[in-house]
Structure formats: structure tokens, C-alpha cells
Ligand binder design. Structure first.
Ligand code: CA
Length: 228
């Protein structure tokens, strides 16, 4: 069954263009022109992904993303934010509101479809015990073991969870707040600086194998695990 994509966009021409491309790519599209309509669609259609415009007539996309994230029934639905704004701080605000990715208008349909596929892939249910391998590292969640180029390395529990998260979410930037939510859980009250401490420890363990550069610092945004 093809994934259901909800398009939340108030400009009819853009809404139509998005729906056309989404359906052409083989997904099912539904549309909403306001945050209120979006909630209705979310309840009725249970979308697999939401394309969310930043500027809406009633509630802003950022506020709507936060509301979707705060609701137990909708918090797991991935969101790609669409916006005319391209500034770095807007990007961070968009991602911190809970969006999974961000795309600036004007965008090519091909780029948007690639982002949609990537986000859907990241959200595809994954067996929690599945072995993950990337960049010469191999991580066995069940056995709580990690090896670098075949040699076992020792990691603390937080570094282990952090590395597991990074390896299963490679090539994209996560802010400290997002890492806290994903790795530490939203119920904990940990300072953002804690993330830096654990990143340092993780890099220190990877350094002897020459793999500390897998964990990249993205200035002003956060961290990324990248094998490139
Ligand atoms: Ca708009």
C-alpha cells in the first residue's frame, strides 16, 4: 500500500502542484488549506507523512508541528516543513518544532520526492535488535556490542544509545534538543551541554580507530553522523 501524504498548504496553486507530484510519485495525497483542516485530515486519514507549510492563515506551521508532536496520537507522524524562509535560525526553529526535515521554496519536485522517501525510510519500523553497520562500525543492539573495523570497542550506555541513534539516522543534522528527545527521552530534564559531553566521549572512543570524524559538528545546528 502506498504511503499517505497530507499536504498542508493554503496557496491553491502550490497545493495542487504538490498533490500532483506526490501522486505522480506513487503516493496518496490529501490536502488541507489551514491548520484546522489539517487536524481534521489527520484524524480522518491517518497520514504517513505531513508536508507542512510554514505560513498558514490560522496557525503557523511551526505551532502546528509542535501541537502534532505534543499529541500522543500524532507525535510519530513525520513532518517535512515547507517554507520560503531560508535562514539558518529559521531552519533550526523549524527542526526544533519537531519537523523531521525542512525544504525551502522554490524547490524542485525531484528534490522534494527524494526528501519524502528519505524521511519515510527513516521512519520505517526497524527491528530494535537489528545489527547496524556504517562507516566501518558495526553495532549489535541486543548484545550491546560495537566494533570498529572488526575490533571491539567499549562504550558507556549513553554513548552506545547515541551511536545507535546516529548510525540509524545517518547523514542528517540533529540539534541538541532533538538528540536529547531521541536518545535521553523527553521526560528527562538534561541540559543541552550534556549532549556535547557525551559526543566528546564518543569521539574519544572512536579516535584510536580513526573514526571520530564520523561524528560531525554542524555549526549553529548540531551534530551529524556521516560516512561521507
Ligand atoms: Ca502559505
Amino acid at each position: 500500500m502506498s504511503a499517505k501524504i497530507l499536504i498542508v498548504e493554503d496557496e491553491p496553486a502550490i497545493q495542487e502542484l504538490l498533490a500532483f507530484n506526490v501522486e505522480k510519485a506513487g503516493f496518496q495525497a490529501s490536502c488541507a488549506g489551514s491548520a484546522e483542516r489539517a487536524w481534521q485530515q489527520v484524524r480522518e486519514n491517518k497520514p504517513d507523512l505531513i508536508l507542512l507549510d510554514w505560513m498558514l492563515p490560522d496557525t503557523s506551521g511551526v505551532v502546528l508541528a509542535k501541537q502534532l508532536r505534543a499529541d500522543a496520537g500524532t507525535k510519530a507522524i513525520p513532518i517535512i516543513m515547507l517554507t520560503a524562509r531560508g535562514e539558518e535560525r529559521d531552519k533550526v526553529a523549524g527542526l526544533e518544532s519537531g519537523a523531521d526535515d525542512y525544504i525551502t521554496k522554490p524547490f524542485s519536485p525531484r528534490e522534494l520526492m527524494a526528501r519524502i522517501r528519505a524521511v519515510l525510510r527513516r521512519h520505517a519500523p526497524q527491528a530494535p535488535d537489528e545489527t547496524v553497520a556504517a562507516g566501518g562500525l558495526e553495532l549489535l543492539p541486543g548484545a550491546h556490542r560495537v566494533s570498529a573495523m572488526g575490533r571491539e570497542i567499549e562504550l558507556g550506555p549513553t554513548e552506545f544509545r547515541l551511536l545507535h541513534f546516529f548510525m540509524t539516522h545517518a547523514e542528517r543534522v540533529y540539534s541538541r534538543t532533538q538528540l536529547l528527545d531521541q536518545v535521553w527521552g523527553t521526560q528527562t530534564f538534561v541540559e543541552e551541554r550534556t549532549v556535547d559531553v557525551h559526543i566528546r566521549r564518543l569521539r574519544a572512543v572512536l579516535e584510536p580507530a580513526g573514526m571520530d570524524n564520523l561524528i560531525q559538528t554542524v555549526r549553529g545546528s548540531g551534530y551529524r553522523f556521516s560516512v561521507n
